[in-house]
Design a protein around this ligand. Structure first.
Ligand code: C5P
Length: 304
């Protein structure tokens, strides 16, 4: 066992259609997901007793005990062996961009590599866990419906309850993410959803030429959780309005069950200026300018 550091990129639901509800209460989704350069950071070290420390600007309210999703996921990959986790929280909690699921997925990746430092190249690491993933699929999904997609950290379409994953080639696109620092409970939002059976995503084109083509296609999609989330946390309306007011914003939508919303830009300069403006105008909000893309390489654990 050796010390590793892992990046846990935020996930962003570019579109999220709720297509039904299963007998066990979970909702069926059809969602197009990508990842952000914003994220949490974890350091996993061998230790003679399991412990977790949570630091960073968004640490408040995150349980620093063995029930923490990151610890539970790491224990799956380490076959129960003790380890210590230092979690640096940069993503707001309960915010619709992966948070706990991203941390759990990163801890799982990290603990896998701790146990087998030979998994140093992306090829090996991503080829190896197939068998491991199969073994742990159910347990990982039980930690959070977004854990399987967060394991990938690359653009994908997810169906089922978020666990049936197909990789999708998406162009990189600039975004401004904004969260009003109001935690939103995912079950509350699903409970407030009036219509559970909605149309899935329309067929994806063979490829999107550039960011503008992706944004144009996304305009025909929705986040079905936006309306119920607005009922649960009306401040989301302010976030959407503030993003829509940003010069150059071409599409504005909520991610996951909220409250984080995003604006998409095809121009880097416009996105940067917009992020700076919103950061200045809304000092109490969490605001991030970022590139949405395949972050799977950056999300690979690094040996320390
Ligand atoms: O993502 P996570 O598993 O943490 O979701 C929290 C809760 O949100 C679930 O327990 C369930 O009530 C609801 N949920 C759902 N359908 C999904 C994902 C989550 O109903 N696809």
């Amino acid at each position: 066992m050796t010390t590793v550091e892992v990046f846990a990129p935020a996930k962003v639901n570019l579109a999220l259609h709720v297509t039904g509800q299963r007998d066990d209460g979970y909702h069926e989704l059809d969602t197009l997901v990508t990842f952000a350069g914003a994220g949490d950071r974890l350091r996993l070290s061998p230790y003679n007793v399991s412990s977790i420390t949570v630091e960073g600007p968004e640490a408040a309210g995150v349980p620093a005990d063995l029930d923490n999703l990151a610890m539970r996921a790491a224990k799956l990959a380490s076959a129960g062996e003790d380890l210590s986790i230092l979690l640096e929280k940069r993503l707001p909690v309960a915010s619709g961009i992966g948070g706990g699921s991203a941390d759990a997925a990163a801890a799982f990746r990290g603990a896998l590599m701790m146990g087998d430092p030979g998994l140093t190249t992306a090829e090996t690491a991503w080829a190896m866990p197939d068998a491991v993933l199969e073994t742990h699929a159910r347990a990982l999904l039980a930690l959070g419906a977004d854990v399987p997609m967060c394991l990938m950290s690359a653009p994908l379409r997810a169906r089922g309850i978020g666990d049936e994953i197909d990789f999708v080639a998406l162009p990189e696109v600039y975004a401004v993410l904004a969260n009003p620092r109001v935690p939103v409970s995912t079950p509350d939002v699903f409970r407030a959803l009036a219509k559970k059976e909605n149309a899935g995503l329309s067929d994806l084109p063979k490829g999107f030429g550039d960011a503008s083509a992706l944004i144009a296609w996304l305009k025909g999609c929705r986040n079905d959780l936006e309306a119920p989330a607005l009922g649960v946390a009306p401040v989301i309306g302010d976030v959407l309005a503030a993003l829509r007011a940003l010069e150059g914003a071409e599409l504005v939508r909520m991610s996951g069950s909220g409250a984080t919303c995003f604006a998409l830009f095809s121009e880097e300069g416009a996105a940067k200026a917009a992020a700076e403006r919103l950061y200045r105008e809304r000092p109490s909000w969490w605001v991030g300018g970022t590139l949405l893309k395949d972050w799977s390489d950056a999300a690979m654990p690094r040996l320390k």
